[in-house]
Design a binder for this molecule. Sequence first.
Ligand code: ADP
Ligand code: MG
Length: 291
Amino acid sequence: ATPMAVMVGTGLGAMNGILFKNAGALEDATKLDVIVFDKTGTLTMGQPKVVEVVSAHGRTTDEVLAVAAAVEKGSDHPLALAILERHGERPTEPVGGFLNIEGKGARAEVGGRTVFIGNRRLMDEERIDLAGLAAEADRLKGAGRTVVHVAENGVPAGLIAIADAPRPSASRTLKALRERGVQVAMLTGDNAGTAKRIAEELGGIDIVLADVLPGQKADKIKELQAQGKRVGMVGDGVNDAPALTQADVGFAIGAGTDVAMESADVVLMKSDPYDVVGAIELSRATLRKMH
Ligand code: ADP
Ligand code: MG
């Protein structure tokens, strides 16, 4: 594009809350084959809420919530905050030896018991037999819930089901991109069952990449690029930063973390995923002016 067209394009973007950090991004945004969206905080609001607690045989839901809250006091993960909010002001037992298990959950000693809290993968690694709770876990995942498992001394105590509402414009955004010939993908550390259900709720997603550990997000972008695709990535979290850098064009949600904004080529100041469509329209219009 001519320098003038690029200036006009970036200026128009800025007026609409779409901040192109470099002229290259404005040109590259016309050529994207697929756009990958982080699930939590990008397609969803990123304000998870506890919607159901299930207890194992012989346990109460209050006990499950109390021990979970005790462990999660040591975590700043959004799921931990949801559990603490649900538990409220009630006191919790003293906790020792808190350990964050990246992309999986956490462990700690609570009142002399060893407690693990997190996803199915963590339970499998710790050889915790979910037996009686597996059917309940499947039911909750089928409803699009994120399922947090709680186990004490190797025995499952219960499940905490968490929901995070989609952003109002999420399904419109995906539809508009597909209509413009751009494939859409979802990238998440959440399990495949939950991710698939949310993809359906959003009206369909071409590629669902689930159970992805934080350190693997950038590799997923590389894999798509190795297929010859030019890849855009939209994310909000610290976890998303390497993937935003790896992508041909990285878009950061403005309400997200500073690290994500620094790693991105384009910042969506209104935190509205639909502005990705605006960014592509703008870049296409700018490049048309070049000829
Ligand atoms: P996302 O990609 O959705 O932001 P993360 O990579 O942070 O997710 O975590 C992946 C999964 O690990 C979560 O969906 C959850 O099941 C589990 N997990 C991670 N941290 C915690 C925690 N503190 N408490 C409970 N579960 C956790
Ligand atoms: Mg996120």
